[in-house]
Design a protein around this ligand. Structure first.
Ligand SMILES: C[S@@+](CC[C@H](N)C(=O)[O-])C[C@H]1O[C@@H](n2cnc3c(N)ncnc32)[C@H](O)[C@@H]1O
Length: 226
């Protein structure tokens, strides 16, 4: 099985709205009751991208239980992970201990509280940080601000058409996005990839179905010498 090939994004139980599903309480409850929700292996697209990458300063925004942050640390990167769920951050810290790596994990709401240190990271990772449009734009602007000149924003998310054409993931259109939204959010970066990618997901019934994701790789122009 490939990294993250299992139920990476199980369909969320119906709640009154996407707002209810995105609170600290809802995330804490999900993490406290469902074990390692997305497993302990890194997202497969991130593993493809980052295997063999020169060690860098990496930021993982919405790091959850730390599968990507910890894997990146095992690859030699200096990693900071931020998530609004204290339960997830505690689990992420334990995962780092299990893998004998150090990761700086911090509890913070990326939209409301966290202030991006400008240009402090060579690579900023966002993995399924599904936010409604206003919050998404704020988080993506902060991601772009925190990446250094010459650095990269790498993002994977559930695509807008996953509800109609794909499998699992959030069932609220408000928190899904597409190529157009990302082109606008990261318009000041050079977009190397901004496209739909497909992922096999094994459901609880054992049947493998295809999820539709969106993958972005964007670099910030380097500051010219002199
Ligand atoms: C679908 S999970 C993905 C977790 C992780 N990136 C991964 O791929 O395994 C989304 C994560 O974003 C976090 N999150 C949602 N809104 C956030 C916000 N405003 N600030 C920080 N974290 C947030 C949630 O707590 C959750 O852990």
């Amino acid at each position: 099985m490939q990294p993250g090939n299992h139920a990476e994004a199980p369909a969320q139980a119906p709640t009154a709205s996407y707002r209810d599903s995105g609170t600290v309480e809802a995330w804490n409850e999900r993490y406290a009751t469902r074990g390692m929700v997305w497993g302990t292996d890194p997202n497969r697209f991130l593993a493809d991208y980052a295997t063999g990458l020169t060690p860098r300063r990496v930021l993982d925004l919405g790091c959850g239980q730390g599968r990507n942050a910890v894997w990146l640390a095992t690859q030699g990167h200096r990693v900071t992970g931020i998530d609004l769920s204290p339960v997830a951050i505690e689990q992420a810290r334990r995962l780092a201990v299990d893998h004998a790596v150090e990761v700086l994990f911090e509890v913070a709401n990326v939209v409301e509280e966290w202030m991006p240190p400008p240009g402090a990271f060579d690579l900023v990772v966002l993995s399924y940080l599904q936010l409604a449009p206003h919050d998404r734009r704020v988080a993506h602007a902060k991601a772009a601000e925190s990446v250094a000149p010459g650095g990269t924003v790498w993002l994977i998310a559930h695509h807008s058409d996953n509800i109609t054409d794909g499998f699992a993931g959030p069932q609220y259109p408000e928190v899904l996005f597409d190529e157009k939204a990302l082109a606008a959010d990261f318009g000041e970066l050079e977009l190397l990839r901004n496209e739909k990618v497909f992922r096999d997901v094994e459901g609880e019934d054992g049947v493998v179905r295809v999820a539709h994701d969106i993958l972005l790789v964007a670099t910030k122009p380097a500051v010219p010498d002199g």
